[in-house]
Design a protein around this ligand. Structure first.
Ligand SMILES: Nc1nc2c(ncn2[C@@H]2O[C@H](COP(=O)(O)OP(=O)(O)OP(=O)(O)O)[C@@H](O)[C@H]2O)c(=O)[nH]1
Ligand SMILES: [Mg+2]
Length: 500
């Protein structure tokens, strides 16, 4: 009878040799850290089968892709570690394209630590770096860079709409669109090159070139449409900037607190309470919002307040949406004042310029939603009159009392509709680009395609024109990672989880 320790040593010994001649195999805890019911530990690489055998006391591998329950032992001394659910996922039909296995162990930190120690003792195995599983999937051609980005976004998604956009990108929606464009570019390039080689011998039909130019034109238009999305996909990914602005004491900080449902900002009856910008994140109808409270806008004598006002104006100018807060009683007296009763739109633009928020000629005035606060201080009839007046404009009425909470749910609904317009529709058939990187490459590709068309139209050298198509295809290649992916992957994985 061979002693258990010796038996285990011989299992380890035979694996040492195997480990040395093979590529690396990596493992990591893929589920979250801390105490939990079940922890998922993943292994990928050629020694995955050895790892499974080493931890199950040399038993044969389970059937592929069938969950089995087995006891796990330390490969060093044969000690029982846990009873776990195992999955054997042989390549290439696995996430990474390599042989993989998953160990679903009990989630206690000591169990996880013991199983990770046991895996580290298997020859050829080493801990995975952040994003290493996904990097291997990319190198196996399972994912392109846009899908890797989609996965990163899916892991970071905090709202429902972000999740929807990210999951579609991870599933390959952008990949397919860019793949079609690249294929179309290569077809155009092939015809152009055939013309260069054989055109003079009249082996190519005359209208083949005209068709190629027409196809390039359609492609450039597709790219242009894709770019003209008002940054809606990027906004959904990174959050919509909503700035609360208005005169001092209008109730801006009170509104921020009502929307985020906590006392995030200081509220007081002294005008000029808020000095600095205060950000709070919030999920409105599944859309991610960064809500910013600002200093009340006025000509301040105090230097600190003046700086606050400057920052407030900057935040409003850069915002996707401004919530312009005004006090309902003041608006009423303004309506009854000598200026008569102009429409709500006129009021908004007058207010924007009086507060120094209208952008002038350089940048467009930000989208603005008027919010009339302190409706608890006006009569019901007056509130009704204000509501009608608001509806006379292009915006929707938002009469609230931050003190009583009246009208806040209706404002959230109005806000949700605005966000729906400002963000990409995650269910739309045409996927939206979600990063500035995408925008730069698509814009570059479109520019080259248009140059190709212009050069052909001008009767220029076809070889030079064809070079533009090659450059356009290169831009799309960089976008999807067919060209120069490593640097982009390094950036993406720099904040990726270990175990993914
Ligand atoms: N009656 C009434 N008072 C309100 C309401 N909302 C805010 N207030 C009061 O108005 C005062 C100013 O509120 P804040 O939220 O600090 O106003 P603000 O616009 O942030 O003011 P600054 O930061 O100074 O520009 C406080 O005394 C609040 O309690 C409301 O709906 N009704
Ligand atoms: Mg304030």
């Amino acid at each position: 009878m061979v002693p258990a320790a010796l038996r285990w040593r011989s299992v380890v010994g035979s694996l040492v040799a195997a480990g040395r001649r093979r590529l690396s195999t990596v493992f990591a805890l893929s589920s979250g850290h801390g105490r939990c019911g079940v922890a998922v530990i993943r292994v990928t690489g050629p020694a995955s089968a050895d790892a499974l055998r080493a931890l199950t006391g040399g038993r044969s591998l389970p059937a592929a892709r069938r969950a089995v329950v087995r006891r796990l032992f330390s490969p060093c001394d044969g000690a029982l570690l846990d009873r776990a659910l195992l999955l054997w996922l042989p390549g290439p039909a696995s996430f990474t394209g390599e042989d993989c296995c998953e160990l679903h162990t009990h989630g206690g930190p000591a169990v996880v630590a013991a199983v990770l120690r046991a895996l580290a003792a298997v020859p050829g195995l080493q801990p995975a770096k952040p994003g290493e599983f996904t990097r291997r999937a990319f190198h196996a051609g399972k994912l392109d860079v846009t899908q890797v980005e989609g996965l990163a976004d899916l892991l970071a998604a905090e709202t429902e709409q972000q999740r929807r956009q990210a999951v579609r990108q991870a599933e390959g929606h952008l990949r397919r669109q860019y793949g079609r464009w690249r294929a179309a570019l290569l077809r155009c390039l092939a015809t152009a090159e055939a013309f260069i080689d054989f055109g003079e011998e009249e082996l190519i039909e005359e209208d083949a070139m005209a068709e190629t130019v027409a196809a390039a034109d359609r492609l450039a238009d597709d790219m242009q449409r894709h770019l003209a999305d008002g940054r809606r996909g990027e906004r959904l990914r990174s959050g919509v900037q909503v700035t609360i602005a208005g005169a001092p004491n209008a109730g801006k900080s009170s509104l921020l607190n009502s929307l985020v449902q906590r006392e995030a900002a200081i509220v007081s009856e002294a005008p000029g309470t808020t000095r600095d910008l205060l950000d709070a994140t919030l999920d409105v109808a599944g859309f991610p919002v960064v809500l910013t409270d600002t200093a009340g806008l006025r000509d301040a004598s105090d230097a600190v307040e003046r700086e606050g006002v400057r920052r407030a104006r900057g935040s409003a100018a850069a915002a996707d949406l401004v919530l312009l807060v005004a006090e309902a009683p003041r608006v009423l007296s303004w309506l009854d004042g000598p200026g008569g009763a102009p429409t709500a739109d006129v009021f908004v633009s007058e207010q924007l310029s009086a507060l120094g928020l209208s952008a002038g000629t350089e940048s467009p005035t930000p989208e603005t939603q008027l919010v009339l606060n302190k409706v608890d201080l006006v009569t019901e009839a007056e509130a009704e009159r204000l509501g009608d007046w608001c509806r006379s404009g292009s915006g929707r009425a938002a009469l609230v009392s931050c003190l009583t909470g009246h009208g806040v749910p209706a404002l959230v609904e109005v806000l949700g509709d605005s966000l729906g317009r400002l963000c990409a529709d995650a269910a739309a058939p045409a996927p939206a680009l979600t990063r500035q990187r995408h925008r730069l490459h698509v814009a570059g590709a479109e520019r080259h395609v248009r140059q190709f068309i212009a050069q052909v139209a001008a009767g220029g050298d076809l070889a030079l024109a064809a070079e533009q198509l090659r450059l356009a295809a290169r831009q799309i290649g960089e976008l999807t990672g067919h060209v120069g992916a490593e640097e982009i992957l390094d950036v993406i994985f720099s904040d990726f989880c270990i175990g993914k």
